[in-house]
Design a protein around this ligand. Sequence first.
Ligand code: AHR
Length: 547
Amino acid sequence: MELPKHTQRRDFLKTAAVMSGSLLLPAVRCTSQATDSRIEVFPTQELGNISHNVYGHFTEHIGGVIYDGVWVGENSKIPNTYGIRTALLDRLKEIHAPIIRWPGGCFADSYDWRDGIGPAAQRPARTNFWETEPDARRLGEKGRQIFDDNSFGTNEFVRFCRLSGAEPYIAANLRSLSALDFDHWVEYCNSPAGSTAFAKVRAEAGFPEPFHVRYWGIGNESWGCGGNFRPEEYASEFRRFTTWVPEYDQDLQFIGSGPNNNDLDWTRGFFEELLGRRPYHVRQFTGWSVHHYSRTQGKRDALSFSTDEYYQLLQDAAFTERILQDQWAVMGEYDPNRRIKLVVDEYGPWHHAGTEVDPTHIFGQQITMRDAIATALTLDIFNRHPEKVSLAACAQLVNNLNALFLAHEDKFVATPNFHVFKMYAAHQDATAVGVAFSAPNIAYNANGKRARFWGLNGSASLKGKDLTLTVVNPHIGTPCDTEIVLRGAQYADAVVTVLTSEKINAHNTFEQPDTVAPQSKTLQASANPLRFSFPPASVTKLQIRMA
Ligand code: AHR
C-alpha cells in the first residue's frame, strides 16, 4: 500500500535517527505537513470535573521506595521531618500531591498492619513479600528491603500524607488476613479519641485524634499476587470484607481489585457475581481499580532503546484509553447509575533492571524523556475521561518503576516525570472541555509489522477564564507547527511551558539534576487562532487566559 507523503518523510526521519546509532534528535523541521496540524478547543463543551485524585501516587514496601526513598529515620543526618525525607515533602507540595496509596502493591496482601504500630523498638522484623524476587535474591546485603523492621507503619504513613498535603489511601490485606483484621485497621485509624482499645494505642503513639482515612483498597491484584482468585471467588471475599465495616461518620470509599490491563472476563465475572445474582447494597463501593504497565518488545532497557521501541512504548501507554472505554462499558451493564468509577492505581512504563541508582532498589529504573511523554499522554487520557476516572496513582513515587524521584542516602533528584506532574497540576479540579487534535500519524515498525501512532494529542480544562491545554508531540525529530483555535472564545495572553530534550533518553542524575527541565515563556497576545510549534518529542502546557 502506498503511504501518504508525510508518513514516508517520517519513516526517513526515523531511519535517520536509528542509523546514526544515537538517540540524538535530527534538527529537521516539519514543513509542508506542519500546516496539517490543528487543535480546536471547545471551551463550552464541558466533559466533567477532573478530580484532583487523578494526580495521585503510590508507595510500596518494595526495594528503595519506603526505606531510602520516603523514610530516612528520625536520627538520620539526612534532612528529615519526623523521619521522612524533607526534600521529598517539599517537592510533593509543589505538585499538590492529592493522594498516596500504601503499603502495596503485592506487599499489601502479606502485610499485618499490627506489626507497624506501637513503639518502633518493639515492632517485629518480618520477611518482605519481595524476598522471592530474583533481584532481591541477588542482593549481598539484605537490609530492611528484605527484612522489614516495620519502622514505617500506619502512623508514619499517615504523617507522611499529612505533611505532603495528601490524603491516605490504604490497601488492605485480603489474601492473608481476615475481614475482622480489616475492620480493626479501620478502627485503629478512624475511631474517635479515647473510644476504643485501638484509639488508645494510637493515642499512646502521639495521635489521639482519628486519622480519618477514607480510601481503602480491598486487596491488590487479587487475580495474581493477591490470592490468585477467580473473579467469582474474589467477589465473594469482597462481599465479606465490605459488608460491615465501622464508619465513625466517615465517608468511606472502597476500591475493588480490578483487572490486569483490559481483562474483561475478570470485570464481568466479578460484577456478575457481586451485583448480578444477589442484591449488594454497600454504598461505599465506589472504585474499581485498573493496573496497566507499558512495556516494549526487545531488551526493554530504560536508557537504550530504538525509535521503534520508543513508539511501541507510547502505543502501549496510549492503550490505557481503550482499557477505560472497554471496562467502563462492562461496568455500566451492572451499575447503570455509575456509582462505581475507575481507579487506575498502578500505571507507567516498566523496563528491565539495570539502571537503578542502588542495587537495593528492586524495580528501580532511570526515568527518561520517553517515560515523561508516556506519563503525560496517560494523564491526558484521564483528563479526557473525567466521568470515568475518579482516582489514579502513578507506580511508583520514588526509586521504582515510573518514579518522580530518585534518592539514595543524602542524594535526591527529581525525574522528568516530576516536571510533568508539576505542569499538569493546573488540571486538578478543573472542568475538562472538548478538544480535537488533527495531525498526521507517525508510521513505525512494531515487531516486523507497519504500525501507526497519532501525531499530536492532549487534553484541555477550564477554571474560570484560565484554560489549560496540555499537548504531547511524540514525533522524534519533527516539530509540529500547529494552529490552535478556541471555538467561541478569544485569548488574551498565554504562557507556554515546554518539557523536551535533544535526546529522548535524556534523564536527570544526582550529578546533573537539570538535564531535563521545563522552559517557560509568555506568548504575545494576538488574534485567534494562536500558532505554536510543538518541539519534537515534547510535552507542552499552554496556560491561556481567555478574554
Ligand atoms: O508496582 C510493582 C508491582 O506491580 C506491584 O506490587 C503490583 O501490584 C504490580 O504487579
